[in-house]
Design a protein around this ligand. Sequence first.
Ligand code: SAM
Length: 206
Amino acid sequence: MGSKWQMERKKDPYYKRAKAEDYRSRASYKLKQIDKKYKIIKKGNTVVDLGAAPGGWSQVALEKVDEEGIVVGVDLNHIRALPNENYYRIKGDFTTPEVQGKITRVIGGKAKVIMSDASPELCGIKNLDQLRSIDLTNSVIGIADNLLEQKGNLVMKVFQGPEYKEMLDGLKRKYRQVKTTKPPSSRKKSSEMYVIAMGYKHKVKK
Ligand SMILES: C[S@@+](CC[C@H](N)C(=O)[O-])C[C@H]1O[C@@H](n2cnc3c(N)ncnc32)[C@H](O)[C@@H]1O
């Protein structure tokens, strides 16, 4: 007998599908559903996957970019290797200049897509968790400011909190189009949302 969480997971259709289709995570379907709707990743793109372990989003991105593009997965945790020669892994904290420098060196220029499914480590204290979430979101937006090429796309997971609207307004000034979505594979009880910011314009000074 497993735990309640393990039992629920076994019944989850996306978990079963991920196992059957050889994806490392049920989260793969979130990116598939987002990309089907917004067409954010194209053949030949350079994609940076922030908070990539175990690698489900990276697998989907690799299918999309094909052999002509590259995907870089970054995580605090080890990401097991994938067979694709155009997949690069970086272990570390992407909020640090050191890891950001490594990403820049690996892509050798700018990225067409920055995506982040990163979740902060939650401690259960609401205010503190909200702050951690905002910090992580701001880091992802800052990385996109530095690494995205003109007309590039950003996809990131966010948790709705007090600064949510302000964050969206900030993105609307920098991107041609900003959408929010909760893909069908995102659990209803989770407060996560995904922001899709398309067509990066330029860095806007506050
Ligand atoms: C929900 S998982 C990502 C799942 C992934 N999209 C997939 O499909 O397999 C969130 C990940 O974000 C990573 N993460 C959170 N904060 C991070 C940070 N500052 N630097 C690097 N990775 C981070 C965690 O270690 C965790 O592996």
